[in-house]
Design a protein around this ligand. Structure first.
Ligand code: SIN
Length: 527
């Protein structure tokens, strides 16, 4: 088996991974592995923007309050405080490195999105904010000769020796490589692909969460999956996001009969929290027996729409939808995991040497429902913090000798056997998760789904040799964890809604943690 030795291993090339790399590269060698091309991550597709208290009308205290309110009582206050207080510094430094956010005259231009009480969302090139962040961070990473990017490498498992993470096995072409590192940062993003409707790119299969779970990491808040209300619904078009910033600029939701309906559900109407808008849309779809509602932008004017949302305008047009002239068919889709690998505010997990940041991690910053556009900021703030913590760990464990380690991965000696139809299982898994563990859940179907998932895990046990197969294994693991947590939370909070328990329930203020045990997953209600 091929072996690489490096000071720091980062798994994932979105905003959190790149920001961590920038902290580490001045002090040691860094390898950033990505499953696909280096830029293929959720960051690259983030439209709306990055929330930060930098405008004259805003304050970090107000950003704090809005985040806490959106999180429906389950945010960890300390984590939110760090986010809003360190956010402005991370953004100003990004501007220093060349980020070009949109401006009105000489001043930064801020938009508003749901549940924000101030205009605080910065955007770039109209609706390509994530791409701009990725561009700037990659350029910065490239300026360090110590940082190396390894594309098309799928993380197979973490290497854990005597309770300490010392790197990861990755699959490149058909070879397993062992990458040994003094510290490893997981920044693999989310798991939207486990749902048949999702805004996430194909790479978002929950790999980081699953490999961390297999290694003994604690995961938390897995029941909280955010569904974005407005995703293009057209038979021949991809599930393309129509940014919440469009509703921020005045777009209106209408049902199939063209009636506006959001005022009937929440005083903030179109700008109510995402979970409320998503459920309102579903209830309208059920009431009118339709598969979608409409987003109406026609009153906002062609010139404005083309300049403010150029990427959305041109993408929709490719699929024969002219957003300036016609109502756009939309319905919700899985968008963001609030839960993930449990960390403290420095990205430290329960496994020595293992750090996590961004969507793969759970600091508790989002609670039960993330405030729109807080995720890019989270990647910057917590990516940098996880990087600094990984550096401190390496500094205080200088005596660590990883180059003598040689632990073969079981896959390296495995061979192909006759396999069940994994593509069929992948397809059915995504459909079942969407239908039974989606926006509206109930105990009975969660139970049936859990049984089905366990059955698949059993059938597929130990037959994962390709990227696609490893993804399925990870998707199954994350799907089981989400379903398990959704079963345990007998109440509704934020994005987790149980039709059989519509109230918050007794233990609502606790977080559910999950960890691999000898006889399956152990769960606990923690403070
Ligand atoms: C959007 O542009 O609507 C997505 C922004 C986000 O999820 O934070």
């Amino acid at each position: 088996m091929q072996k690489e030795i490096v000071d720091f291993l980062i798994i994932g090339g979105g905003v959190a991974g790149l920001r961590a790399a920038i902290e580490l590269a001045p002090y040691g060698t860094v390898i950033i592995v990505t499953k696909d091309i280096p830029t293929e991550s959720s960051t690259e597709y983030a439209q709306g923007g990055v929330a930060v208290a930098l405008s004259d009308e805003d304050e970090v205290g107000i950003h704090f309050e809005d985040t806490i309110k959106a999180g429906d009582g389950l945010c960890r206050e300390e984590a939110v405080r760090v986010l809003v207080e360190e956010g402005p510094q991370r953004i100003l430094e990004l501007i220093d490195w060349g980020a070009e956010f949109d401006k009105e005259g000489a001043r930064l231009s801020f938009t508003i999105e749901a549940a924000h009480s101030r205009r605080r969302v910065l955007h770039a090139h109209g609706d390509s904010t994530g791409r701009e962040l990725e561009r700037v961070l990659i350029n910065k990473v490239k300026s360090f000769p110590t940082a190396q990017r390894l594309p098309f490498c799928t993380a197979v498992d973490l290497i854990v020796d005597d309770g300490m993470c010392i790197g990861a096995y990755v699959l490149r072409n058909s070879d397993i490589i062992a990458i040994y590192a003094s510290a490893t940062v997981l920044a693999t993003g989310g798991a939207g692909q486990i749902f048949s409707r999702t805004t996430n790119p194909a790479v978002a299969t929950g790999d980081g969460m699953a490999i961390a779970y297999r290694a003994g990491a604690i995961l938390e808040d897995m029941e909280f999956v955010q569904f974005h209300p407005t995703v293009l619904f057209a038979p021949s078009a991809p599930q393309f996001l129509l940014s919440e910033a469009m509703r921020g600029e005045g777009a209106i939701l209408r049902n199939i009969n063209r009636e506006p309906f959001m005022k009937n559900y929440h005083p903030d109407a179109e700008l109510a929290p995402r979970d409320i808008v998503s459920r309102a849309i579903i209830s309208q779809m059920v009431r009118t027996k339709s598969k979608h509602v409409y987003l109406d932008l026609t009153h906002l004017g062609k010139d404005f729409l083309k300049s403010r949302f150029p990427r959305i305008y041109s993408t929709c047009l490719q699929y024969n939808v002219d957003i300036t002239k016609e109502l756009v068919p939309v319905s919700p889709a899985a968008h963001y995991m609030m839960g993930g690998v449990k960390t403290d505010i420095d990205g430290i997990t329960n496994i020595k040497g293992l750090y996590a940041a961004g969507e793969a991690a759970c600091t508790g910053v989002h609670g039960a429902n993330r405030l729109a556009s807080n995720s890019l900021l989270e990647g910057l703030v917590y990516g940098a913090r996880a990087g600094r913590a990984a550096l401190n760990f390496k500094m205080s464990n200088e005596q660590l000798s990883i180059d003598s380690e040689e632990i073969p991965h079981p896959l390296s000696s495995a061979s192909h056997t006759s396999l069940p139809d994994k593509e069929e299982i992948r397809h059915t898994l995504r459909k079942v998760m969407w239908e039974k563990v989606g926006i509206i859940r109930c105990g009975e179907s969660l139970g049936h789904t859990h049984e089905k998932l366990s059955e698949w895990s059993f059938i597929l046990n130990k037959i994962y040799l390709t990227r696609r197969e490893l993804e399925l294994k990870n998707m199954l693991t994350v799907a089981e964890l989400i379903t398990e947590a959704a079963i345990q939370r007998k109440g509704s909070a934020g994005a987790h809604y149980r039709s059989d328990f519509p109230q918050k329930g007794e233990e609502w203020a606790k977080h559910i943690t999950l960890q691999k045990g000898n006889k399956g997953t152990r769960y606990e209600f923690a403070g």
